[in-house]
Design a protein around this ligand. Structure first.
Ligand SMILES: CC(C)(COP(=O)(O)OP(=O)(O)OC[C@H]1O[C@@H](n2cnc3c(N)ncnc32)[C@H](O)[C@@H]1OP(=O)(O)O)[C@@H](O)C(=O)NCCC(=O)NCCS
Length: 397
């Protein structure tokens, strides 16, 4: 039986503000499921005539699927949104790319006509569920992954500095300053306003506030202050610091996906079209390099090259891995196509929320750049994986 693929569209993308993990974080007293449910509601409120009962499945990324992120959080959050019992949901884990994987799988799901309307995305509360929490590594884990450094993401970034010494600390710090400046300009120009869904929260001291701004960015970051920071992953001659690394954060982000035919029937305006997606795996000790093979694979599947990518959203787990990936993909770190509004070094990296955050940024940038046709969202993943998705701007001139 011959079957045609459906075109898959992004209708909307939203996120919470990103908080700092820990007691000083805006979400210290807010659960991961309570970060997620308001995003489901917002996607419906922002996109009439879409109704909750039209959502055929929720694919929700979460890296640490224990405690509040356990128990199939993807199934639970529709009930928490007071949508009744009839909306299915599941949880997906590809560590940092859990959310981007949810989107890519959701796209394949719609493309193959198994659904017409899905909510995809993810959440990570790194304050409540720190990286590595409640893990039970196999006794052979170090041996099969190369060595113990593969367990610690900061050490994998130091490994990239070691293996590719052409990417220096100075370059990583320069990249960081530029990233913070771009984020500061975007925030001042209110670029985050449309995508952030405000949530009322209680802080550790009991005061209440509306969380509608990212807590992580550090405007005014300079090369001088970055030079004074400790290198926590390697005391002597380390290069990775709290400045040139992404932070530890809490947040959620969600994307409403629909088949083209359903979107047209409903009179909705799709923002972007899914073109291709791919994953790839590398030596876990240099996990930050994996966006390169993943992107090359996604480009090959689409019959496109990096020159066709008008906007590039790369998740900056660490400045050095972003520098490596851009270089190997033939893109200069200061290329205006790259992370125009800044990246994870400024906004933070609440693991499973970061992929859908990239998609929300790309959607906003496509809107502002109608001459742009194709965009890339890509990220690295602990244990040595990369995940890339290519999109086409439907708001182009
Ligand atoms: C690097 C890391 C260990 C730092 O954690 P931390 O020490 O809690 O970070 P902080 O935000 O407290 O920053 C440490 C210090 O650097 C300073 N700092 C951080 N960024 C700065 C900047 N851009 N400019 C100036 N100072 C900065 C802070 O003010 C703080 O100073 P203090 O100690 O005097 O208060 C942590 O962010 C981390 O593990 N990041 C990587 C996350 C990760 O692996 N994610 C998965 C990727 S695959």
């Amino acid at each position: 039986m011959a079957r045609n693929l459906n075109e898959v569209m992004v209708i909307d993308a939203v996120r919470t503000a990103f908080g700092r993990a820990g007691e000083k974080g805006i979400f210290w007293k807010t659960r991961a499921d309570d970060l997620s449910a308001p995003l489901l509601k917002a996607l419906i409120e922002r996109n009439p005539p879409v109704r909750p009962e039209m959502v055929e499945d929720i694919l929700w990324g979460a890296t640490n699927q224990v405690k509040e992120q356990g128990g199939t959080i993807g199934r639970f959050i529709s009930m928490l949104a007071d949508w009744g019992w009839e909306i299915p949901g599941c949880s997906i884990d590809r560590m940092c790319a859990s959310g981007l994987t949810s989107i890519a799988l959701g796209a394949s799901y719609i493309a193959t006509d198994m659904a017409d309307c899905l909510i995809t995305g993810g959440v990570e509360h790194m304050g409540h569920l720190p990286m590595g929490f409640m893990r039970d590594p196999h006794p052979r884990a170090e041996e099969v992954m190369g060595d113990a450094s593969a367990f610690n993401m900061g050490m994998t970034a130091e490994n990239i500095h070691d293996r590719y010494p052409e990417f220096t600390k100075d370059m990583a710090d320069q990249y960081t300053v530029a990233c913070q400046n771009k984020a500061d300009a975007a925030i001042r120009a209110e670029k985050m306003k449309d995508m952030i869904i405000p949530i009322e929260v209680e802080l550790a001291d009991g005061t209440k506030m509306i969380a509608d701004k990212d807590q992580q960015p550090r405007p005014g970051t300079t090369m001088e202050t970055l030079a004074t920071l400790k290198t926590p992953f390697r005391q002597e001659k380390g290069r990775v610091t709290a400045g040139n690394a992404s932070g530890l954060n809490d947040g959620a982000a969600a994307v409403l996906l629909m088949s083209e035919k359903r979107a047209i029937t409903m009179g909705l305006t799709p923002k972007m079209r899914w073109v291709s997606s791919a994953v790839a795996a590398v030596d876990p000790r240099v996990m930050g390099t994996a966006p390169v093979p993943a992107t090359l694979k996604a480009l090959a599947k689409a019959g496109l090259t990096m020159n066709d990518m008008d906007i590039i959203e790369i998740n900056e787990a660490f400045a050095v891995q972003a520098l490596y990936c851009l270089d190997r993909l033939g893109v200069k770190p200061d290329d205006p196509r790259v992370n125009q509004w800044g990246g994870a070094i400024a906004y933070g990296h609440p693991l499973a929320a970061s992929g859908p955050r990239l998609v929300a940024f790309l959607m906003g940038l496509f809107k502002e750049n109608p001459e742009a046709r194709y965009g890339l969202t890509t990220m690295c993943v602990g244990r040595g994986q990369g995940c890339s998705v290519i999109w086409e701007n439907l708001l182009e001139k």
